[in-house]
Design a protein around this ligand. Sequence first.
Ligand SMILES: *Cc1c(COP(=O)(O)O)cnc(C)c1O
Length: 328
Amino acid sequence: MIDLRSDTVTQPTAAMRDAMANASVGDDVYGEDPTVNLLETTAAEMLGKQAGLFVPSGTQSNLLALLTHCARGDEYIVDQTAHTYRFEGGGAAVLGGIQPQPISPAADGSLPLEEVRANIKPDDFHFAKSKLLCLENTIGGRALTDEYILQARHLCDETGLCLHLDGARFFNAVIATNTNAEESAAPFDSVSICLSKGLGAPVGSVLVGSVDFIKAARRWRKMLGGGMRQAGVIAAGGLFALQHNVERLALDHTHAGQVATTLEQKFGADQIKHATNMVHVGLATSLYTQLREHLQVKGIRAPRPRWVFHLDIDDADTAKVIEAIEQF
Ligand SMILES: *Cc1c(COP(=O)(O)O)cnc(C)c1O
């Protein structure tokens, strides 16, 4: 099957499994796992930050960032469609007593900064304390512009907020905007990246930031049960992904673009939205159901109208998807 459900469905390649099988390991709770340590420093260096922390999931990584930036009774400002607010079980509120202030995004996926500003609470005991702005990049596949991110940083500097990035697909954004990772990460106090999305590792995320920030996050990680022992076995997959699978994300963007073009020719450009490795297929439900069933018969799995391209979809698979759409 060609699986368009998500970029989380990738299988580790033989070379990645080799790297995992042969990884040097130690007890990471003692700080003695050389592969985990190398993954953390590699990610930190790539993003131009002082330190990194390997964690089991993107959800835990964002939670650690929120718990580290904010205390009980503090507030973070966030897109109401963002993963952190919407798809992480309300963890910051449940476990940290941190109040979210959700805001509706603009049509381009960015958070209107005047709305953000208007939602920063005055220093008054009636209000929660506004502490953090949390952005997501890419968001729904779309990359925020560098200019927008710098404006967000400026707003945070002016108002004393910290700035966290849920960069589950950070490298897709870097490639789409033709910048480098260090420059893209520079405006943020902390960044979480997923190794298990388009980068193709089986497990894990890395949180990066200052030495003090990561030290505090490491304490939270232990408390949440994220202190792992010979974790180098899985960290090796993530390290391999950072070393081999970043540049090739451009290919996923190309494949998504090719399929989007075919869909536009078939159904009209209004209904189809392509950004980085995702295509949003905005057809009426009954038409989409027919398309989905047609694709299923051809060995293409697309239950939802958001199609995601990844490591396990090559040129030949993309050609098959295009052919199947043309035959519909
Ligand atoms: C997948 C994802 C996460 C969380 O990652 P998990 O490893 O699934 O917990 C966070 N943010 C975004 C934008 C994601 O796509």
